[in-house]
Design a protein around this ligand. Structure first.
Ligand code: GP9
Ligand code: MN
Length: 438
C-alpha cells in the first residue's frame, strides 16, 4: 500500500549520494547513446589472445582505445548485478536504478503492469529528451515491446524495421555490423537531444558465428568450444562498434553526444571458468568462488567527445549506480527520485556492490555467503578479527536493505503512489511502435 512507501523513501534519502560539483552537468544537453555490449566481460579489455603460433591478437582494440581515452571515464571495477532476466535485468538496472527480481525476469513479469519512473520519462519531462531503443530481434523478446511503453520510450525499432535475412542474422537477430549500419538512418531523423539505446547481440552464447578465415580472428585452443569462439565474436562486436562510431562521426552526431558503453552480464559461466583459467595465466587447480566473483566485472565507460578529463576509475561500481551517475552528468538532479544506486563520481559513494543473491564486493572484500575474501590476496579470511567481522556484517546489512527495498518497490508497484518526483505518470497506451515512420 501507499504506506509502504515511507520506509522506501527513508532508505533512499539516507542512501542518496550527492553529485560531485566537478562532474555535475559535464555532459549537459548532449544526446545519450547507450551501446549495449552483449555478454562482454571486463577481462577482455586489453586482453591479447595467442594463436597456435604464439602470435598475440588484441581482442577489442577499438574498445581498448576508448577505455584509455581522455574523453572516457572508464570503470575498472564495474560489476553486473543481473539474475535470470539477463539482458533485460541489465536494462532494468540501468533504466530504473533498481534491481530485477530474485526469481524470473522483471520485464516479463511486471514490465507491462507496473508504473515506472525510468530514464526515458525523466529525461523527457525534466530535460526535453526524445527516446528510442534499437534492437535487431523481435520486439516480443523479453516482453520489450510492452515494457518499453511503461518505461516511456517514444520509439522502439525492433527487427521489423531492419532488413534481416538468413545471411546476416542468427537465432537472436540481426548481426551487429548490419544492425548499426541500418540503424543510423533512423537515428538521424530523431529530434535532439535524444536518449537512445543500441542493443547489439552477436556476442551471445554459443559464440559460434564468426569462426573462419573471413573474420580473421583466431579461435582459442581450450577443450571448451564456447570459450574458444568467444574471442572471435567479441572481436566482431568491437569492429561493429568502431564502424558505428564512424557513422556517428560522419553524421555529425558524435560531437554533441555522450556514448555510454556497458557489458550486460558474463558471457562465460562459472562452470566454464576453470577451463578459461589457463588463458588468463591462472592455475585451474587453484580456481575458486572468489575468482568466479571477480569475473563478474563488465565494461562501463562514459565517453564524452572533447572532454579530455577522463581516465580509468577504480571506484567499485554496480549497474544500479549508472542512472544517477548519468543523470548527474546531464545536469539533472536526482534527489526527488526513488533510485537505489549512488552516483559513481560522488564523494558519498559507499562502493558496496551487491549481487542479486546477497553476496557482495567492496574495494577490500569479496563476501560470498558467510565467507570473507581479502581482495588483495584472494585468500579467505578464516579467522576474521572482530573489527573486520563487524565491518562486513554492517555492509551485509546494507546490501540486504538495498535488495529488499528494491523488492518492496517493484513487487508492490509502489512508484504508482510516488508523486514527489514531480513526474507525470507515463501512459503506455500513448505509445505505438508499429509504423513509427508514417
Ligand atoms: C535477445 C537478447 C538476448 O533479444 O537481448 O538476451 P539475453 O539472452 O542475453 O538475456
Ligand atoms: Mn545479454
Amino acid at each position: 500500500s501507499e504506506n509502504d512507501l515511507v520506509s522506501i523513501e527513508e532508505y533512499v534519502h539516507s542512501h542518496y549520494a550527492k553529485p560531485n560539483d566537478a562532474m555535475f552537468g559535464a555532459a549537459k544537453g548532449r544526446n545519450v547513446i547507450y551501446v549495449h555490449l552483449e555478454s562482454l566481460q571486463q577481462f577482455v579489455i586489453d586482453y591479447k589472445l595467442k594463436d597456435e603460433n604464439g602470435v598475440e591478437h588484441e581482442v577489442t582494440p577499438f574498445l581498448n582505445s576508448l577505455y584509455h581515452s581522455q574523453d572516457t571515464y572508464s570503470f575498472a571495477n564495474s560489476f553486473h548485478q543481473v539474475k535470470s532476466g539477463k539482458t533485460s535485468d541489465a536494462e532494468t538496472l540501468l533504466e530504473d536504478s533498481f534491481f530485477g527480481l530474485n526469481q524470473g525476469p522483471l520485464f516479463t513479469q511486471l514490465g507491462d503492469k507496473n508504473t515506472f519512473q525510468a530514464a526515458p520519462a525523466i529525461l523527457e519531462q525534466k530535460a526535453g529528451y526524445t527516446s528510442a531503443v534499437f534492437h535487431g530481434n523481435a520486439g516480443t523478446f523479453w516482453n520489450r515491446n510492452e515494457t518499453y511503453k511503461h518505461l516511456g520510450y517514444n520509439y522502439f525499432f525492433d527487427s521489423s524495421y531492419y532488413d534481416v535475412n538468413e545471411n546476416n542474422s542468427f537465432q537472436y537477430g540481426l548481426h551487429d555490423k548490419p544492425f548499426f549500419q541500418q540503424s543510423v538512418k533512423y537515428l538521424e531523423h530523431m529530434q535532439q537531444p535524444f536518449y537512445t539505446k543500441f542493443i547489439a547481440v552477436s556476442n551471445h552464447y554459443p559464440y559460434s558465428e564468426f569462426k573462419g578465415d573471413e573474420f580473421g580472428f583466431p579461435i582459442a585452443q581450450t577443450k571448451d568450444t564456447t570459450i574458444n569462439g568467444y574471442f572471435a565474436t567479441a572481436n566482431y562486436l568491437d569492429k561493429s562498434v568502431e564502424e558505428f562510431f564512424n557513422y556517428l562521426k560522419a553524421s555529425g552526431l558524435y560531437e554533441n553526444s555522450m556514448i555510454v558503453l556497458y557489458g550486460d552480464h558474463y558471457g562465460i559461466s562459472d562452470s566454464r571458468n576453470v577451463e578459461l583459467a589457463q588463458l588468463l595465466g591462472k592455475d585451474p587447480e587453484e580456481w575458486n568462488d572468489f575468482d568466479n566473483a571477480q569475473m563478474q566485472r563488465v565494461p562501463l565507460m562514459f565517453h564524452i567527445p572533447g572532454n579530455q578529463k577522463g581516465s580509468v576509475q577504480q571506484t567499485y561500481a554496480g549497474q544500479v549506480d549508472v542512472l544517477p551517475t548519468l543523470l548527474h552528468l546531464l545536469g539533472v538532479p536526482t534527489d526527488n527520485f526513488l533510485q537505489l544506486g549512488q552516483d559513481l563520481f560522488s564523494k558519498d559513494n559507499e562502493q558496496i556492490v551487491a549481487f542479486r543473491n546477497g553476496n557482495f564486493v567492496t574495494p577490500k572484500y569479496t563476501v560470498l555467503s558467510e565467507n570473507i575474501y581479502d581482495n588483495q590476496t584472494g585468500e579467505q579470511l578464516l579467522d576474521p578479527t572482530p573489527e573486520v567481522q563487524q565491518e562486513v556484517d554492517q555492509m551485509r546489512e546494507k546490501v540486504r536493505e538495498q535488495l529488499s527495498t528494491s523488492d518492496a518497490l517493484t513487487n508492490g508497484d509502489l512508484l504508482r503512489y510516488y508523486t514527489n518526483s514531480g513526474l507525470k505518470e507515463v501512459d503506455p497506451k500513448t505509445y505505438n511502435y508499429k509504423n513509427q515512420l508514417e
